[in-house]
Design a protein around this ligand. Structure first.
Ligand code: THU
Length: 161
């Protein structure tokens, strides 16, 4: 018998001003996108900004629906749009943030499991890591080197016949 460790490393920045400028810009764009979320049911607004290898930045936000499961998270809105518009262009950075109008979000938002799985598909498709930044409205900001750090031991097309 043996044990295996699943280890992810997170770089923690104290706040927005400590971030490298490229990340500041991407986070600002994610924040602007969050403001435009359609979230009348949860009132929780999430924004995502993706930097493509061609320099293009694609943003997305959560889109809710009266039939709750029909809505879509910000991260998948952004990456599906980006992949639809630029199917052959890999992604290299993703910033995710959120706004909670009821109570200021003081810790980094963490993407849901379905988004992690969907994002991972593109990392594997392009064989290129996507760095991820997770931020709240204030407080510490986390940066991870890869989507796979958010979803270790994942299911992937390696398993498929
Ligand atoms: N949401 C996102 O957009 N991304 C996440 O990673 C977590 C949750 C959205 C879905 C829903 O519109 C609202 O936040 C509350 O769950």
């Amino acid at each position: 018998m043996k044990t295996l460790d699943l280890i992810s490393r997170i770089t923690v920045y104290e706040d927005h001003s400590e971030l490298p400028i490229e990340w500041q810009d991407l986070l600002d764009k994610a924040h602007e996108a969050a403001k435009k979320a359609y979230s009348p049911y949860s009132n929780f607004k999430v924004g995502a900004a993706l930097l493509l290898n061609n320099g293009e930045i694609i943003t997305g936000n959560n889109q809710e629906n009266a039939a709750y499961p029909s809505g879509l998270c910000a991260e998948r809105t952004a990456i599906f749009y980006a992949s639809a518009q630029f199917p052959e262009v890999p992604f290299n950075k993703l910033a995710i943030t959120a706004i909670n109008p009821k109570e200021k979000l003081t810790k980094p938002v963490s993407p849901c499991g379905s988004c992690r799985q969907a994002l991972l598909e593109y990392e594997q498709k392009f064989k290129q890591r996507i760095e991820v930044l997770l931020a709240g409205e204030e407080g510490e900001i986390y940066v991870l080197k890869s989507i796979s750090d958010l979803l270790p031991f994942s299911f992937s097309n390696d398993y498929l016949p």
